[in-house]
Ligand binder design. Sequence first.
Ligand SMILES: NC(=O)c1ccc[n+]([C@@H]2O[C@H](COP(=O)([O-])OP(=O)(O)OC[C@H]3O[C@@H](n4cnc5c(N)ncnc54)[C@H](OP(=O)(O)O)[C@@H]3O)[C@@H](O)[C@H]2O)c1
Length: 218
Amino acid sequence: MAMTADGKIATANRAVSSFGSARDHKHLLELRATADAVMCGARTADLNDINMGPGPAKFRRLRLKRGLAEYNLRVIASGSGSINPRAKVFKHRFSPIIILTTQRMTASSRRRLRALGLEIKVCGKTEINFRKTLRWLRHKWGVKRLLCEGGGELNDALFRADLVDELHLTVCPKIFGGRTAPTIADGLGFSKLTAATQLKLKSSRRIGDEMFLVFNCR
Ligand SMILES: NC(=O)c1ccc[n+]([C@@H]2O[C@H](COP(=O)([O-])OP(=O)(O)OC[C@H]3O[C@@H](n4cnc5c(N)ncnc54)[C@H](OP(=O)(O)O)[C@@H]3O)[C@@H](O)[C@H]2O)c1
């Protein structure tokens, strides 16, 4: 996640969410080159012009050298099925896209998304059961390493389910402010200090005015 110095991952109006340097973007592609699948939430997928793919040929070669598929699998969480079928991500056909949803998804949304060739996986009645879903991704799609790229709501669900091993955080030299601007973990959050995700700093590196932090989650 790229985060401003005041802890935001986008502006309150969601107009700006890409604000890291070219080095930060390279870091993202380097991480994708280690993962079987890349996952994000519905708003990250449909508010932005993203493809969730491995990027240029050198990263695809790296993936093959590591024994990974040339193109990573793509996974989008959309519990109510609100994801916009016209999102740019669906125009890129290089690898399968799986929509994780719940029984709240309407039949018409399901039809529209199926027509795009997407796999729809119902992962719970009203909430996605991520523990079960990650097991399914491993067995059905061979996903051993999953890179979650936000946003804040999806991240929060994964933290609460205690499913995050490592957090890569780039602190960028900006302040966005805004009470409703998203942060790296929104959603419901924890209500007790003892329940909070505990992090252990694994590495820190300053490049220019950005800090590249890697935490292990315990
Ligand atoms: N700076 C960065 O590194 C960075 C990275 C990623 C995103 N962003 C920005 O962050 C903003 C999006 O963040 P966000 O928190 O608003 O949205 P988000 O997490 O990307 O997406 C929220 C939507 O995803 C689905 N979802 C998320 N968690 C779920 C769960 N546990 N169960 C079921 N469905 C779930 C829901 O879809 P339904 O409504 O269909 O139920 C929910 O409305 C955007 O502006 C994006 O550009 C910034």
